[in-house]
Write a protein that binds this ligand. Structure first.
Ligand SMILES: Cc1cc2nc3c(=O)[nH]c(=O)nc-3n(C[C@H](O)[C@H](O)[C@H](O)COP(=O)(O)O)c2cc1C
Length: 199
């Protein structure tokens, strides 16, 4: 698939089939992830690939608790469609064939760098590669409301922090353009406030 087609049709896919995902495909995504830029090339990422049904059930419970503890940044309720797909994921997370928990080693991160900055580029690589293969993903962080418990469940040692939980599977629905404000509306040229029409 052409890169720009993948970029322009990748969106949050929360309705995923329970059908298995071949391990070779998971490696392909991880190989794409680790090509990403990262501070001083310390490669602070460690990924925990979860396929065990019991661990997935544990993660589903913690994810649901985490969602309940989260306040949306803008305080506004999500639109009805997103709410419904978010609810779907909360109720079926354990049925998703693969859950990828992305962590960083805190010792590898410079104190000036926000921890997520060293791993979200890798996760975007992973999600775009998944899109190119027809696999659905959604970057989630709500489990962080139960960070300690998630680390205990997966045996993640002290000094490492989870940055995202990415459900991975064959999508029920279709990929398509994500709803976004146009770039012209969110871009200023040569200083804040000066917008520009495209030539
Ligand atoms: C930092 C971050 C945290 C997110 N956390 C969650 C989450 O906990 N649960 C969830 O269902 N989606 C989560 N999302 C996905 C967003 O809701 C999604 O990217 C956004 O609504 C745009 O969706 P779209 O690409 O389908 O338009 C998160 C996305 C980001 C970038």
């Amino acid at each position: 698939m052409e890169l720009f087609e993948a970029i322009h049709t990748q969106k949050a896919m929360r309705r995923l089939k329970p059908d298995p995902v071949d391990e070779a495909l998971v490696w392909k995504l991880l190989d794409a992830a680790i090509c990403a830029p990262n501070g001083s090339n310390r490669q602070p990422w460690r990924f925990v690939v979860v396929r065990d049904p019991e661990l997935k059930r544990g993660l589903q419970d913690l994810y649901a608790e985490g969602v309940a503890s989260v306040t949306r940044p803008d305080g506004a309720p999500a639109d009805a469609r997103m709410q419904s797909s978010a609810r779907y994921l909360i109720e079926r997370l354990a049925e998703v064939p693969v859950l990828i928990v992305a962590t960083v080693r805190l010792a590898d991160i410079a104190s000036v760098t926000p921890p997520g900055a060293c791993i979200y580029p890798a996760l975007q690589n992973l999600m775009l590669a998944a899109r190119a293969l027809g696999l659905g993903t959604v970057l989630t962080t709500a489990h962080r409301g139960r960070e300690k418990q998630v680390r205990e469940l997966l045996g993640i040692p002290e000094g490492n922090e989870t940055m995202a939980l990415i459900p991975l599977g064959w999508p029920e629905g279709r990929f398509g353009p994500p709803p976004r404000r146009p770039a012209e509306e969110v871009t200023y040229w040569d200083g804040w406030g000066t917008t520009r029409a495209r030539p």
